[in-house]
Design a protein around this ligand. Sequence first.
Ligand code: ADP
Ligand code: MG
Length: 383
Amino acid sequence: GVTQSTAIVYGLTLIVLACPCAFVIATPVSVVSSITAAAREGIVITGGVHLETLADATVALFDKTGTVTTGVLSVTDVVGFDGTDPTEVLAVAAAIESDSTHPIARAIWAAGDAAGLQLRAPTAVESTTGVGIAGVVGTERYRIGKPDAFALERPASVTPLDTAAIDGPVERIDRDVVAPLEAAGKTVVLLADAGGPVGAVALADTPRPDAAETIAALGRSGLGTTALLTGDNERAAAAIAAAAGIDTVHAGLLPDEKLALVEAYQADGATVVMFGDGVNDAPALAAADVGVAMGARGTDIAIDAADITLLDDGFAQTGRLRRLAVATRRVIRQNIGAALLVKALLAVGVPFGLVPIWAAVLIGDAGMTIAVTSNALRLRSVS
Ligand code: ADP
Ligand code: MG
């Protein structure tokens, strides 16, 4: 039989083993270790919960321009319609874009500058996110933006029987100018005055050099679906998606439609991580289960809307982030599992007199707390 004093010692030993210290710190110590490791790599994570959600993500959505691509576009073609001088098209386009920080605007502005054009200051500039920008240059009001935005400018008299009118200026521009340039993977914007389109500017963008490799690794890390979201045209989007190894393309999206798409994936039961850089991505970044902003060139609005910001101007950090999230989840599970196991084994040994109270204190309580902390600190070296 067990004497009363032995019973009291066994009871005290079990109370020591029941101390939840190791469990209580298992998660926070891992999360803090990860967030610190991430910060050292230029990844700013605003809360531990985002790491957990990221580890559970099943769908990754990527904005195209500035996220999957470098966002440093270059002007490849300038076309003037109906005898308009291409140089004048570039000069007006560059003038209107001179206030905008959109990647398209920067490229057009830079091309105008490189061509040695004297840029006139625009007035009454109004930009429409995801569509284009308008302003007065000289005495004329111009608009520049995505070709779709001009599609409604057919003559009002068009009827299905009037073939000449159906093949009117807008259709001709699309067939002869826009479609071939887009088929080459370029982004095309039209410049219009009050009378309709007067010219086109085509721009080329390239995927970030490490995009394909990183996205392939994200796929191997258990992300089921990758999709490209863009306000740009379908053909340019498909070319970039193919180069970056992204499965699905959603093109021609307005900012609200990017948001609606995030919600549609969520309604399907997906946990969505969204990567974006622009003003046009902000609603989708905010709605996603985890929003990640490409911070180096990204806009402040995108950074504000996101949960995580990548400060490097590269794509590799997206892969590092996911590895860290998965490793953090693994370490948390290891910590809780090991603490449970060790405490349970020790507790089973107590009634047999196998576990002296000093062992319960040193191994079961302080020992496990140290073990859990050391395990969490390993997250510092995940890269
Ligand atoms: P993405 O989703 O690829 O980041 P955006 O939503 O910013 O692209 O833009 C979508 C489209 O809207 C562009 O491809 C372009 O046709 C047009 N656009 C947006 N901003 C501008 C601008 N400043 N100048 C000309 N076109 C623009
Ligand atoms: Mg973008």
